[in-house]
Design a protein around this ligand. Sequence first.
Ligand code: NAD
Ligand code: DAU
Length: 354
Amino acid sequence: MSQYSKKILITGGAGFIGSHVVNHFVRKYQEYQIVNLDALTYAANLENLKDIERATNYTFVKADITDKPAIDKLFAEYQITDVIHLAAESHVDRSIEDPTAFVKTNVLGTLNLLLTAKENWKAAMSSHRFYHISTDEVFGSLGETGFFTETTAYDPRSPYSASKASSDHFVRAFFHTYGIPVVISNCSNNYGPYQFPEKLIPLMINNILNKKALPVYGEGKNVRDWLWVGDHVAAMDLIFHKGATGESYNIGGNSEMKNIDLVHLICDLMDTKLGNQPGTSRGLIQFVKDRPGHDLRYAIDASLIKEQLSWSPSHTLMQGISKTIDWYLSNQEWLDHASSGEYIRYYEKHYMKK
Ligand code: NAD
Ligand code: DAU
């Protein structure tokens, strides 16, 4: 008899959101064994996990979710009871340059995990849980008004969101066809510590620190609904433990902002924190060629999770951005490591062609 009440496979646990999830579950639930599977792509960083890497209820396994025999072996070895699936190719701009990698990991990788869960859990299916972490981008693009709800029709418009939509469909298909006890959440844009500096907020912070141009796509009028990563993790904890099987939950920060306004906010806060003359960082802004198929606006109606699970975001965007900037200022070594090597090559290729 195992000493652990659950043996949870968390995929993508060395990435941005995944490392927050792993840190949270390992500390809070010592009665669970946490097995973190990650292929350690460019987006991963084991430094994010240094505080828990020696915890007795934690194990890291380097493996690729597209490698079915490796997943089979891991399920057998650890007798996995539950999956929290975050591993993905997650950056829209990269998906425009190489859609195939997104189909491999996000679609085929998810299918592998579902197949392995189905094969291993058939004796007592209902005691398990397969929690799939998805995105609001599957719903497409909103106009100036309206919100995405759980019943909004899927309308993905980038290779990234098409691959995530496809993975959501497979997860639901496995619920209806094979009875896999799934739950899905579709979340808006996360931000906070450990986010790789290819994404808007850490990219701007990193470039301000290095006095580099701040590339704003198009006219900067696109709107995103920003959520502090810790609030996403709190929502995930509730959904994992109390979410209704077969349900999907939308998660959002109730914090919509136009990109240009957000970049101005980051510039002004950075100038204050760095002791720069007001307006210094705004001088680095450059409007560059727009992202092809750039979704205009995302906004989440999170009333279902609020009503069913009593979740609501704890941080305003202002509080969260200020904390995020403070974290990056105190962890410049992390930023330097993340933005060296392969990332420099990607950055030059992506931004120099514009
Ligand atoms: P990330 O890119 O920071 O991390 C992804 C992790 O997955 C990395 O550690 C990477 O090494 C790992 N990975 C990639 N391919 C893999 C493979 N084939 N096998 C095993 N591991 C692999 O991503 P993130 O921003 O932390 O997003 C995590 C999840 O949350 C994704 O599924 C994403 O679609 C979803 N999501 C993200 C956001 C956001 O704003 N960042 C919002 C909503 C949903
Ligand atoms: O909505 C959830 C999604 O949010 C997640 O599913 C994705 O994994 C995550 O990457 C994020 O997608 P976005 O495309 O919205 O995030 P990104 O940080 O790439 O861009 C945010 C906005 O900023 C978007 O409108 C594009 C714009 N942008 C981005 C970059 C990198 C710029 O103007 N300049 C930039 O250099």
